[in-house]
Unconditional design. Structure first.
Length: 195
C-alpha cells in the first residue's frame, strides 16, 4: 500500500481521480477564475485518497507505520482531509501521519493530519471547500510533476488572494500541482490541480 496515497500527485493521475469522481468536473473557484486570461481551467481540490482513508479508519498503518491516534474534536480547527470540513465539536476523529507524495525523496514531507473517525463524504463539491473558507491564510507551495518544489512559489497567501495565486501559479507550465498547507503549522490540507 502506498503510505501516502493521495490522488493525484502527477498529471496522469488527474484523469484517474476524475474518472473515479465523474461528477466533480465543475469543481473550482467559480466562473471568474475560469474566464481570465492565461487560466482556462478551474482548479480542483483533492481530498485524500479514499482507499488510504478507509485503511486508516480500519486501523491500518499511517506514514510512520503506526495506527492512528483517537481523539475527540473540541471544535477548534481540526480539518478532515477527506471531506475537507472541520471535525465538529464532540465528534470522534483520528490523528495520523501522512506523506502526500508518491515517492520518498527530500521533498516528500510527512506530517500530522486529522480525519473524521467515521465515514464522511470525500470532497467533490464546487467552489472553496469549507476548510479553506474557514481560514484567513495559507501556505502555498507549487510542485513539478516529479514532486519537487518549484523554486520561488512557497508563500503565505490570504484566502481572498487564493484565486489570483492559483491563476499565477498554474500559468507556469512547470507547475503540476499546488499544495495548500496551514500557514501556522505547515500541516498539509489539500492538493489543487488544474481542473
Ligand atoms: Zn471528514
Amino acid at each position: 500500500m502506498k503510505p501516502s496515497a493521495i490522488d493525484p500527485t502527477k498529471p496522469e493521475g488527474v484523469s484517474h481521480v476524475n474518472a473515479q469522481h465523474p461528477g466533480r468536473g465543475g469543481a473550482g473557484l467559480g466562473e471568474r477564475s475560469g474566464k481570465r486570461k492565461g487560466y482556462d481551467m478551474t482548479p480542483t481540490f483533492h481530498p485524500y485518497d479514499s482507499d488510504w482513508v478507509a485503511a486508516i479508519r480500519a486501523g491500518g498503518p499511517d506514514a510512520y507505520d503506526r495506527p492512528a491516534e483517537k481523539a475527540v474534536s473540541d471544535g477548534g480547527g481540526h480539518p478532515c482531509r477527506c471531506c475537507l470540513s472541520d471535525v465538529e465539536k464532540g465528534a470522534p476523529m483520528l490523528v495520523c501521519s501522512a506523506r502526500p507524495f508518491e515517492g520518498v525523496h527530500p521533498y516528500a514531507e510527512t506530517g500530522p493530519v486529522f480525519l473524521h473517525a467515521k465515514d464522511c463524504n470525500a470532497w467533490a463539491g464546487e467552489g472553496l471547500p469549507p476548510i479553506i473558507a474557514a481560514r484567513a491564510e495559507f501556505l502555498l507551495k507549487a510542485y513539478s510533476a516529479n514532486e519537487r518544489i518549484v523554486e520561488g512559489t512557497g508563500r503565505i497567501t490570504k484566502t481572498e488572494d487564493l484565486t489570483d495565486a492559483f491563476e499565477a501559479l498554474f500559468a507556469r507550465p512547470e507547475v503540476a500541482f499546488i499544495d495548500l498547507r496551514s500557514a501556522s503549522n505547515n500541516c498539509f490540507l489539500t492538493r489543487i490541480t488544474r481542473g
